[in-house]
Design a protein around this ligand. Structure first.
Ligand code: UTP
Length: 493
């Protein structure tokens, strides 16, 4: 175990309060505190704390929208080209070249649930687990089936990589074991890994403690992905993975490992892409993907000046309308380069209510007002920093329709948006559109009951048979190609 003197030297005057109770700790407590201090770069975080306090004046003169030729609007693509992309994507899956990374390490403070976001049972009645992670797993299982049908001689595989953090690791792992079994994918193709934690600060830059023998820490933001995945890349490469789809855990409509996107990126020889939805209201709280002096960046909604937010192009659309939804495509080569240790992402500051151990009273305090600072890195910050590794990136904006592909779970129910009832509603609406497109009539269905189609049956509306469905009074669920209605099962054709 590292000695008191070494720890004290490492902490310096600024953070020596962390060792206040050292003499009263038992061996186990000393061990745990020492290894926590050993594992952090005190100077780096102190420096980061100082930097985020400084207001950096920003110039927006060099900001411009992404050029039209790199801004793909999926809904406007020629259907034939779209089919070709789909096929290219499925081919990559059939060769085992695709990895899907889910960022599931967030603390979900706005939601305020007592379990990780991805594991909450959404009550759709599609499976016993019925969570956001189950939906993603079922979509993966469905894609594997489609790839096998398209390429019968292949052995399709998708590497599913789930990033967790200290607070989500155990429950997510336990949940995934059930989910994977339920949808019938192989645990050999699932990797659960954890992002790093950063000490939390009080408002004066001192580390907060969570007990007398532990530092209060928080995950390092979804940009922690790069450092966390770095050690996994060689194995993934040796397994033949060439394309990554990086998604958030909380979007119920997320088309994970989307063959359309992967196929388009292959076709256009892109090494990275950002999925966006059209921002129609200039003041919507979403960052926009744009260029700064020719380098791709995301301008956060809190940063964008009014004139830029409101600027319109000759067609009357917002010039800066590429609203980032934190979903990306990266090639293996690109991910390897930007995960290099030499790429230093900036830290962002989040002022939060952080429970802490009060050294003067020896009690844990639950603050009512924000009392501390969490430092976070963001997954999209890698774009401007790609130049650190001399990368001239071939970038695409991949614009999708919000109602088809984006409905996140962020808030508790009382907020009324981006909450469980709205993501269920949006999923049901999308399923209804699929049925309408497939010519399936929900006859006698006057009540607008929700329709949930299992992702094991259809990934994006494909393969829904034509037919008539008898009147429905209760919730309709499509499971395994059958229609279940008030406990009775009917064929859809
Ligand atoms: P959000 O920024 O919405 O954070 O994350 P959150 O933790 O889910 O919710 P709040 O802000 O605390 O209410 C967007 C995605 O990034 C992941 C989340 O799990 C979500 O999928 N994320 C966020 C991480 O994986 N790690 C982090 O440190 C932060």
């Amino acid at each position: 175990m590292t000695s008191f003197e070494t720890l004290s030297n490492k902490l310096g005057d600024g953070q020596s309060h962390v060792l206040t109770y050292w003499d009263q700790l038992n061996d186990e407590e000393k061990h745990s505190l020492a290894s926590q201090i050993d594992g952090i770069n005190v100077g780096l975080y102190e420096q980061a704390f100082k930097e985020v306090q400084m207001l950096k004046p920003q110039s927006f003169e060099q900001i411009s929208p992404i050029s039209e030729d790199r801004h793909i609007v999926k809904s406007e693509l020629d259907p034939k080209i779209k089919d070709e992309h789909w096929d290219l994507g499925l081919k990559a899956i059939s060769r085992g070249e695709v990895g899907a990374i889910v960022m599931a390490g967030g603390q979900a403070t706005r939601l305020g649930a007592d379990q990780p976001k991805g594991t909450i049972n959404l009550g759709l009645g599609l499976s016993s687990t019925d969570s956001l992670l189950w939906i993603q797993a079922a979509r993966i299982a469905r894609l594997l089936k489609l790839a096998k049908e398209a390429y019968p001689d292949s052995s399709p595989s998708i590497q599913w990589l789930v990033m967790t953090s200290n607070s989500t690791m155990e429950e997510t792992r336990n949940h995934l074991v059930k989910v994977v079994q339920d949808v019938g994918i192989s645990m050999d193709d699932v990797t659960i890994f954890s992002q790093a934690e950063i000490p939390c600060f009080d408002l004066n830059g001192k580390f907060l403690l969570s007990s007398r023998s532990s530092l209060a820490t928080a995950p390092d933001g979804n940009g922690g992905l790069y450092a966390a995945i770095r050690p996994l890349l060689p194995k993934l490469k040796s397994r033949g993975v060439k394309h990554f789809h990086i998604v958030c855990v909380d979007n119920i409509l997320c088309r994970i490992a989307d063959p359309h996107l992967i196929g388009c990126a292959i076709d256009m020889n892109a090494d990275c892409a950002a999925t966006t939805v059209e921002k129609t209201n200039p003041f919507e709280s979403v960052g926009v993907v744009c260029l700064e002096s020719g380098h791709v960046r995301v301008l956060e909604y809190s940063e964008i000046p009014k004139e830029l937010a409101e600027k319109r192009d000759p067609n009357g659309k917002l010039s800066f309308r590429a609203g980032s939804v934190a979903m990306h495509y990266f090639t293996m080569d690109f991910l390897e380069k930007v995960s290099d240790e030499s790429v230093r992402l900036p830290f962002h500051v989040a002022k939060k209510k952080i429970p802490y151990f009060d050294l003067s009273t020896s009690t844990v305090v639950q603050p009512k007002e924000p009392n501390g600072i969490k430092l976070e890195q963001f997954v999209f910050d890698v774009f401007p920093h790609a130049k650190q590794v001399s990368l001239n990136i071939r970038f695409l904006v991949w614009e999708v329709l919000r109602h088809e592909e984006f409905s996140p779970l962020k808030n508790a129910e009382h907020v009324g948006r981006d909450c469980i009832s709205t993501i269920r509603r949006d999923f049901a609406s999308e399923c209804r559109r699929w049925l309408a497109r497939a010519g399936v009539e929900l006859s006698g269905d006057k009540y607008g009951n929700p329709v949930y189609i299992s992702p094991l049956v259809s990934y994006a509306g494909e393969d829904l048979s034509k037919g008539q469905i008898s009147p429905s009074n209760g919730v309709i669920k499509m499971t395994n190609g059958l229609l279940v209605e008030n406990g009775t099962v009917a064929q859809t054709s």
